[in-house]
Design a protein around this ligand. Structure first.
Ligand code: MG
Ligand code: ZN
Length: 244
């Protein structure tokens, strides 16, 4: 709780002028498991495993790894792939209530994901509208599935030279967040590491918890979105107490 109080103090120092803004990952965060991993495991387990290993060891960039994985899939598999994910993906508990809370309090809520629009958009449809959804898209017009990366690395990103992020979360955050904002990043894994460094408070699970600990970033662990709801509610209540 120590870290949480530190970040709450930071929130209060800005008084009522600081407004929370949420940047939320999709795979393994909003959904219980990583949809790309489950897709690859189902359709191309052996070939994709080699690529995944290289990505984790960072011998290839996240972006190149992701492209190579989707290229293993034929564009003809489009419907099978979409149906498989819509049938198997599980939305984490409390997500609907958390989104409604943000909507009621007019907290900007952005989805920023290294995943792909063809599964993210249908899975999120009934929870929206969101302030924005930033992710990669897919082109099914060729023989294989080709990913299109439209959220590139800006010059401040450490991976600007290689454009290695794919969907560059810190660049998206720099584009959207203003100085009046208290930036809350919600995530679980590798694709959130750089975004977490830009956050005023990280809500973390899985690998991201260890990363936050190692880098001494202000974070709170979560398992369901009810945990996230509690943290944001507390921040807002603290703010109200000060402005009264
Ligand atoms: Mg994730
Ligand atoms: Zn980047």
């Amino acid at each position: 709780m120590d870290v949480y109080y530190k970040s709450r103090r930071f929130f209060l120092e800005g008084g009522s002028s600081l407004k929370p803004i949420i940047f939320c990952d999709f795979d393994g965060t909003i959904t219980e498991t990583d949809n790309i991993v489950s897709l690859m495991t189902q359709f191309v387990p052996e070939e994709s495993e080699k690529i995944a290993k290289a990505m984790m060891e960072q011998t290839i960039t996240f972006k190149d790894g992701l492209s190579a994985m989707f290229e293993l899939l034929s564009a003809k598999q489009k419907d099978a792939v979409i149906h498989y994910l819509l049938d198997t993906a599980i939305i984490r508990k409390g997500f609907g209530d958390f989104v409604r809370f943000a909507q009621e309090r007019q907290i900007p809520f952005y989805i920023v994901s290294g995943g792909v629009d063809f599964f993210i958009e249908p899975l999120l449809e009934k929870y929206g509208p969101f302030s924005g959804i930033y992710c990669n898209s897919a082109d099914f017009s060729g023989q294989q599935i080709k990913l299109v990366f439209s959220n590139s690395c800006d010059e401040e990103c450490a991976k600007f030279e290689t454009q290695g992020c794919g969907c560059c979360k810190p660049s998206v955050m720099r584009k959207i967040a203003q100085s009046k904002h208290f930036k809350i990043v919600i995530g679980d894994s590798l694709s959130d590491f750089e975004a977490a460094k830009q956050a005023d408070l990280v809500l973390a699970r899985d690998h991201l918890i260890k990363r936050c600990k190692d880098l001494h970033l202000p974070f709170e662990p979560f398992e369901t979105f009810y945990d996230c709801l509690e943290v944001v509610k507390k921040l807002m209540e603290a703010d109200k107490a000060v402005s009264m």
